[in-house]
Design a protein around this ligand. Structure first.
Ligand SMILES: NC(=O)c1ccc[n+]([C@@H]2O[C@H](COP(=O)([O-])OP(=O)(O)OC[C@H]3O[C@@H](n4cnc5c(N)ncnc54)[C@H](O)[C@@H]3O)[C@@H](O)[C@H]2O)c1
Length: 420
């Protein structure tokens, strides 16, 4: 790796009170100037400055109290983006759009945002290998400048089209050879995931893009001893589906159709207008029904871009079902929410959990994080929200029982195969 001069930046916004710097966690965001990303950064800064409470954060609940997770003020941010809009400008836009309350952009938060701004780099372009090397270099530099041991890389970039299966996806050596040869079989999100894993960082894919979900990346993560979480954050319609699907199954009511329409604007709405990204998102949203009902009822998921809605999303779902003696019924729900405000606390939860997992030596896909995802990665993790919750709270209990040491990895993950 070549070396670059250190940027003029920036002591981290946290730790001006002289607390133990070893607790710091670097958070490197792919898509750092996007709506979810900036809401996440503003949220962490506001929570770190006690300007808001932890409502909406799952890790604020009692099962996580003893898990020794990093605090919000322990997080320092950087990242990549292809856009140049400043974080402050983006935060102002989020205030105007009703995503972030205006009083939160207090002086301390603005100072923090300006510091993060200096740690955001242009996303690299050029041949695939060059891009991986550049991302690794940027991560290494972030580690040095911020003085962090642990980095969690989070993908919050625009959704990509799905990738066609290719033999190079199976094994690390074949994947790395395809990258070196600049073969167009490795999507952008996977190049970032590869760089993260090779650099020893935990990696979370909050999007439906491919990221670390190829077997080759999973194998590499196990070899390198880094945990993975993914994919596609579960923040609205699919969250409700993962609670309602098991209800129909346990009540022995047969769902005869389930259709949904999602209306949204913002950057995500615009991206999902394109057929490739829309296919990734719709596929990701459908897994929950087959996973909770045991069959896939007829019906479709529609996604429409309605720019006037901005980040305010509406989902309408209608399901029909057959019951005793074939007599049926219907259920409809409407979910309305501010997308980025629903997503950001979950991003922070995932950062806290994967940073701690990195501490205790967990590696490979963390199925225990299925609760957070529409399309949870792993060997058949549950789709039922209650089962996912049990898995997650057991994980928190196990994390509570270990100190920071790789030798305790088995206790933390319950799986010797994941130990570093
Ligand atoms: N509730 C939610 O908001 C929610 C839930 C689940 C998943 N997601 C996913 O999170 C992602 C972000 O959503 P958003 O609303 O913030 O979208 P957004 O359009 O506001 O932000 C995406 C950002 O990614 C950047 N980007 C695009 N390509 C890039 C690349 N190659 N490298 C680096 N940066 C790149 C864009 O410039 C933009 O700043 C999307 O993939 C979305 O599907 C969002």
């Amino acid at each position: 790796m070549s070396s670059k001069p250190a940027p003029s930046a920036a002591k981290p916004f946290a730790f001006e009170d002289g607390r133990d710097e070893q607790r710091k966690v670097g958070v490197w965001v792919i898509g750092a100037r996007g709506s979810v990303a900036v809401t996440t950064v503003v949220g962490a800064l506001a929570l770190g400055a006690s300007l808001a409470d932890m409502t909406g954060c799952v890790t604020a609940l009692p099962p996580f109290a003893g898990a020794d997770l990093p605090e919000m003020r322990d997080l320092v941010f950087g990242g990549h983006d292809v856009e140049a809009t400043s974080l402050v400008e983006r935060a102002d836009r989020l205030v105007r759009g009703g995503v972030v309350p205006a009083p939160l952009l207090a002086e301390r938060v603005m100072t923090g945002l300006n510091r993060v701004e200096r740690a955001v780099r242009p996303a690299p372009s050029g041949p695939a290998e060059q891009r991986v090397l550049q991302v690794r270099e940027d991560l290494a530099q972030f580690r040095d400048v911020e003085g962090v041991d642990r980095i969690v890389v989070v993908n919050l970039a625009s959704t990509e089209a799905p990738v066609a299966p290719h033999p190079a996806h199976a094994e690390p050596e074949a994947l790395l050879a395809a990258v070196r040869a600049d073969q167009p079989v490795v999507p952008d999100s996977t190049l970032f995931a590869l760089a993260a894993v090779l650099e020893g960082c935990a990696y979370v894919n909050f999007t439906p893009s491919t990221g670390a979900s190829l077997p080759a990346v999973e194998t590499l993560a196990r070899r390198r001893g880094v945990p993975l979480g993914g994919r596609d954050g579960k923040t609205g319609e699919t969250l409700v589906k993962s609670a309602l699907g098991p209800m129909f199954a346990r009540r022995n009511l047969r769902v005869t159709s389930w259709s949904g329409t999602n209306l949204l604007g913002g950057g995500d709405g615009a991206t999902l207008q394109e057929s490739g990204p829309a296919e990734s998102k719709s596929t990701s949203k459908q897994h929950v029904l087959a996973g909770t009902l045991g069959y896939l009822p007829p019906g479709q998921v529609h996604i429409d871009n309605l720019p006037v809605l901005g980040d305010r999303k509406t989902a309408w779902d209608l399901m029909t079902f057959a019951g005793f003696l074939g007599v049926g019924g219907r259920l409809q729900f409407t979910w309305e929410g501010v997308d980025s405000a629903l997503a950001a606390p979950l991003v922070l939860d995932l950062v806290r959990l994967t940073a701690r997992a990195l501490d205790v030596g967990a590696s490979g896909t963390l199925e225990e994080l299925a609760f957070f995802f529409k399309d949870p990665a792993g060997d058949g993790p549950p789709h039922d929200l209650a089962a996912q919750w049990n898995l997650l709270s057991d994980f928190a209990t196990n994390l509570s029982s270990v100190r920071t040491s790789a030798s305790h990895a088995t206790a933390a993950t319950g799986s010797p195969a994941r130990a570093r």
